[in-house]
Design a protein around this ligand. Structure first.
Ligand code: ADP
Ligand code: MG
Length: 1117
């Protein structure tokens, strides 16, 4: 065993204290046992008290299946807390008073008896009955025998069903929760889903034992747990499945003395599932409808519900159309049960429910109308009486219908010609050789017989049509086995239970034969298989005797000699064979059969009548059958005339029910199979179908004959327990071993209780591991090892194992939680790390890609003369934005350097001046003459100043000598205006020392010299004019307009500003340059404004003064 295993094991063991403190009250993980209240658990009654078992050191009681089975339940419910069934007000079976049990449904205490009969201390009828009764009194109507569910009809609504209960059983194993129908349904569903096995649930029991109710609960469960993906098709199928029950019950159920809603037909329903376990379709097989009920019912019984529902439920107008009146007592067929009708309102609500169900299933309004008309026609048919008339001949009477209006009604409702209806009622057509047809009149008795046969047949065809119609809707649609895989199937069999009436006829015979067949199947599958399993597993054990009813089945169905064969023979014999002759024939054939007797064979038995009764000792009890009507019912004859009549109806629904009416009367057909043979064949097919499926059994028990709640008649139940073979079932199940489990499953459940098997064993086989586990517990003496399964003899062994397991479960839960939380955290951490790595690499990739792109684009940046001027910078990733900003600045400087490098030194001064001008004027002034060569000293230029450049040169020389300046920064003719508003022509000279105002008229004599340091700023306008205002410290502002340039009006203001600004920059001085279209002036303290007025007709620029403001008249062109 690895170190890890040892560590886990020691952790698992833990201190005893941990065990108790870590139990979770409602922890799912502590399931399957489910945690209860630990305190209550301590108080819970212990079985140990009875068996002298159980030590206080065991800690909290385990709450497992097996302890549950032994009656230890931790809920701590005292007897008084449980609410026993209370007898209801005896107002019929639906009026039920139930006080819900105080505990949860999975809380069963010792006082509730054993949930599995296998756990009985002794398997005797007394113990069995005691347990059954005890549980029944506590409202626990379900008990297991292994995997067989025994259910007792409570005859009252119990709070055991519904979504909450369904959720409790969903996905659970059979043994994890207290016995319930849902558990069986779930087991069948899981077996089907897990192993793709077809399964079936066989529900048996006598009439009124609760079979149909059980089948409904099973369907509800299946509907509730399927279709998690909410597919519309699945929902549709489920709807039809659920609603079909309601419709079938209306047409196939009736009130009998044993059950107010007794199924008068057998029903086997297949539900098809796709590979995901969702229902995709279904099919209903119906068996032997008791159609004689249409004509006649026993005292205290009723006809099929459908008749009463139509009479009570239809609207007045519709009833009128059907020529019916509400009172069922007015019709022969419903008169018997008229007084037994349910409340009229109930009948009406049932009627509405059936109508709704038919609508949901997909019956059209026309079809429903046809159904009503057919039911009405049957009722009218039943009221038709025949009279022998006077003119009757001697041999053959002439017969007439007593009330011809009824014939009209029947004809109208069946949409057939009236004359034909009348003819069919009063006579029959006989083919007498060849194509010759003879019409043969009925006697009154024959006519009544024909009428009854017709009524029965019409009802039966109606019922079959309803079933087929439902099947048509439920047929799995668009399924392709190659694409969707094979459908799996769950079959639910709800078939009539064993019946014994005061007078038993052919129907009871068939029903009881059916029950014999099913009992046979049960024996085959459960009892025989169980014994065979021991043999197969190589376990030595003693056989248990059980009553095998094969011999009774044989008595009924054996070819040539069986009761059905003898009956068929009697039916087919020529001449008039009476029921009595049939009975004699039976007597001869079965004279020595141990299960057959009759008055003839046992003359002393006065309970049978001579020539009428025979008795079969069924597995469920003796039943005396009256042979009266056997031959007739078996032959099930209906004159062809009726079939043709119906086939020729103009109602398409009715016509569709009678396809065989098409046959020509003269056609000689093979004798049709008898009702008995048909039934036998369908039974054989049914049993074959069930035998190839994995069976689950529900055995229903009827607690009393009076349909009252909370009363269990022991004798009555004992009889059922006996004939259902339940005791044998328990014995076989228990004889050797209370439980068996495949080795892997056993290990899965108990491996944590042994250090060699936890968490996984390293032994040679599962069997060896199981052996080691049992040895550690000292339990090896109480088990037997089969080839694949472990067989455990006493329940106590299981209890011990369960207790150990329950102690360890909380720690395992913690261990798993710890590991799982760690796993989750690590997974999260890994995910985060991965995210960051991805982010890092992504960024890296983006940066690389960006740099590569930069490199590619700027490869040509060194090419003169543009030096990459037009290159576009690609948008950088966010992280590179500052980097790119720096690069761009660097690039600009580098480019500037490249450009500047190529400028000749002689141009440098001009470039500097232009740069300085740009710095102050760019975007503020329209044009500042940057594209011109800046000459600066325009007055010395012969081109610009042709007449006086020599004079100016002389003046310049004199000034240079006097003021010792270095260079001329700027010179130009100007027009100036003074503070007296006088404008004159002057010249402006700017050297690196002074600003001179010269008079050009007088050899450029200096009129004013201002040291350059005193010049503080310049003002110019934003237009193209040449107005300049020079501001100097301690001086009046000098207002001039540069003029007389060549070419005229040349733009030189920018040059003046640039030269001065560059000079000041060089000296590190500030120069204020203002750009404004309305320049303020200061002259001797006076404030004035100067602005520019464009004037096209003005020859030369000049100033005008008005109201203390100067205006430069600028000759704009
Ligand atoms: N589980 C149940 N809970 C409440 N009432 C039930 C239950 N099972 C049967 N019954 C009652 O017993 C009556 C007969 O049951 P039903 O299933 O029709 O019998 P069966 O089909 O065996 O003849 C039902 O109408 C219903 O009143
Ligand atoms: Mg039923």
């Amino acid at each position: 065993m690895g170190a890890e295993t040892t560590e886990a094991w020691s952790l698992l063991r833990g201190p005893a204290g941990t065990l108790q403190s870590t139990r979770h009250l409602d922890c799912q993980a502590c399931l399957p046992s489910g945690c209860g209240n630990p305190e209550a658990r301590v108080r819970a009654p212990r079985e140990g008290a009875a068996s002298g078992e159980g030590s206080p050191s065991l800690g909290p009681e385990p709450t497992s299946y097996f302890t549950t089975r032994l009656g230890r339940w931790p809920g701590g419910l005292s007897l008084s807390e449980h609410s026993p069934l209370r007898p209801s007000a005896q107002k019929g079976q639906s009026n039920l008073a139930w006080v819900p049990p105080a505990g949860r449904m999975d809380e069963e205490g010792l006082e509730c008896g054993k949930p599995d009969f296998v756990l009985l201390d002794q398997v005797t009828m007394e113990d069995f009955m005691e347990n059954l009764k005890l549980r029944f009194e506590k409202g626990l109507i379900y008990t297991y025998i292994g995997e067989v569910l025994v259910s007792v009809n409570p005859y009252q609504e119990l709070p055991l069903y519904g979504p909450e209960a369904i959720a409790k059983y969903q996905g659970r194993e059979l043994y994890e929760r207290p016995p319930h129908l849902y558990a069986v349904a779930n087991a069948a569903y899981r077996a089907m889903k897990r192993r793709s096995r077809d399964t079936c649930i066989v529900i048996s029991g006598e009439s009124g034992a609760g079979k149909t109710e059980a089948s409904k609960h099973i369907m509800q469960y299946i509907a509730a747990v399927t279709n998690p993906s909410q597919r519309a098709e699945v929902d549709r199928v489920k709807d039809v499945l659920l609603k079909s029950t309601c419709v079938l019950e209306a047409f196939g159920n009736a009130r009998t003395n044993r059950n107010h809603n007794s199924s008068r037909f057998g029903k086997y329903m297949d539900i098809n599932f796709d590979f995901k376990g969702d229902p995709v379709g279904g099919h209903i097989h119906s068996y032997l409808l008791e159609k004689s009920r249409v004509l006649k019912q026993h005292v205290g019984e009723r006809n099929f519900h459908a008749f009463y529902q139509v009479l009570r439920g239809c609207e007045d107008a519709e009833l009128q159309k059907l020529h019916l009146q509400r009172n069922p007592a007015l019709y022969n067929f419903t008169r018997q049960g008229a007084g037994l009708s349910a409340l009229e309102s109930d009948e009406k609500s049932h009627y509405l429910a059936v109508m709704e169900a038919m609508r949901v299933i997909g019956f059209s309004a026309e079809e429903v109308g046809s159904v009503h008309r057919i039911l009405a026609a049957i009722l009218h048919l039943g009221n038709i009486e025949f009279l022998e008339t006077e003119e009757a001949g001697l041999e053959q009477g002439h017969v007439a219908v007593a009330e011809e209006l009824l014939v009209d009604h029947v004809a109208q409702l069946t949409a057939t010609p009236r004359e034909l209806v009348l003819r069919c009622l009063l006579s029959r057509t006989v083919a007498s050789g060849g194509r010759e047809l003879i019409e043969k009149g009925h006697t009154a008795a024959e006519a009544s017989y024909a009428r009854d046969a017709c009524a029965k047949a019409v009802y039966q065809r109606l019922f079959e049509w309803v079933v087929n119609r439902i099947n048509g809707v439920m047929e799995p649609r668009g399924r392709d086995p190659r694409r969707d895989g094979k459908d799996t199937v769950i079959g639910v069999l709800d078939i009539y239970g064993f019946e014994v009436f005061p007078v038993n006829s052919f129907e009871q015979f068939c029903i009881n034969y059916c029950n014999e067949k099913l009992q046979q199947l049960f024996i085959q599958l459960i009892l025989k298989q169980e014994q065979e399993e021991y043999e197969r597993e190589g376990i030595a054990w003693q056989s248990v005797d059980y009553f095998n009813n094969a011999t009774i089945v044989e008595l009924v169905e054996r070819p040539h000699r069986g009761v059905l064969a003898v009956l068929d023979e009697a039916c087919s014999a020529a001449g008039t064979i009476t029921d009595r002759i049939f009975l004699q024939s039976l007597d001869t054939h079965h004279r020595h059969h141990p299960h057959y007797t009759s008055r003839q064979l046992c003359p002393t038995d006065k309970t049978m009548e001579f020539g009428r009764d025979f008795r079969i000792k069924h597995y469920a009890g003796d039943v005396t059958y009256s042979v009266e009507g056997f031959i007739d019912k078996n032959r099930d004859h209906l004159f062809q005339d009726f079939k043709r009549l119906m086939y020729n109806s103009s109602d398409p629904t009715l016509r569709a029910m009678w396809p065989d009416g098409q046959q020509d009367i003269t056609e000689v057909t093979k004798r049709p199979l008898t009702a008995g043979t048909l039934f036998k064949n369908s039974m054989v097919a049914l049993v074959e179908n069930l035998a190839c499926k994995e069976p689950f059994y529900v055995r229903c028990i009827k607690p009393n004959e009076d349909k009252v709640a909370a009363r269990l008649d022991e004798d009555h139940c004992r009889h059922q327990v006996a004939y259902l073979g339940l005791l044998e079932n328990v014995r076989v199940r228990r004889a050797g071993f209370a439980s068996r489990q495949p080795y892997p499953r056993f290990l899965l459940r108990y491996k944590m209780t042994c250090e060699y098997t936890w968490p996984n064993h390293l032994l040679g086989s599962d069997r060896a591991a199981v052996s080691a586990l049992l040895e550690q517990h000292g339990l090896q003496g109480d088990v037997a090892f089969g080839h694949t399964k472990l067989f455990i003899r006493s329940p106590q062994t299981l209890v011990t194992l369960e207790q150990s397991r329950a102690r360890l479960i909380p720690i395992i839960v913690l261990l798993l939680q710890k590991a799982w939380r760690g796993t989750l955290a690590r997974r999260h951490c890994r995910q985060l790390r991965a995210v960051y790595t991805i982010m890092r690499w992504f960024r890296r990739h983006k940066v690389r890609a960006h740099l590569a792109e930069l490199q590619r684009r700027f490869q040509a940046a060194r090419q003169p003369p543009l030096y990459g001027r037009d290159l576009v910078w690609p948008p950088p990733p966010a992280v590179l934005q500052p980097f790119q900003d720096t690069c761009q600045a660097l690039f600009c400087r580098w480019r500037a350097r490249q450009l500047v490098k190529n400028i000749p030194p002689s141009d440098m001064a001009q470039i500097k001046a232009k740069v300085a001008a740009m710095g102050v004027l760019q975007e503020l002034r329209q044009d500042w003459g940057c594209r011109r060569a800046w000459v600066r000293d325009y007055l010395s230029s012969a081109t610009d100043n042709p007449t006086a450049s020599g004079l100016f040169a002389e003046r310049l020389k004199a000034l240079r000598d006097k003021d010792n300046f270095g260079a001329v920064l700027f010179s130009s003719h100007v027009r100036k205006v003074n503070r007296f508003s006088k404008s004159r022509d002057r010249a402006l000279l700017l050297t690196d020392r002074h600003l001179y105002k010269l008079d050009p008229g007088r050899q450029y004599r200096v009129m004013r010299a201002v040291p350059l340091e005193a010049v503080t700023g310049l003002s110019v306008t934003s237009g193209r004019d040449q107005l300049v205002v020079l501001h100097a410290r301690g001086q009046d502002d000098l207002v001039v307009c540069l003029h007389r340039s060549r070419p005229p009006l040349d733009n030189r203001v920018g040059e003046l500003v640039g030269v001065l600004a560059a000079y000041c920059q060089g000296k590190g001085r500030a120069l204020e340059v203002r750009v404004s279209d309305c320049i303020p002036l200061s002259q001797r303290g006076a404030r004035r404004l100067v602005s520019v007025e464009p004037k096209p007709e003005q020859p030369e620029p000049d100033f005008r003064c008005s109201r203390g403001a100067f205006t430069l008249l600028w000759p704009s062109r």
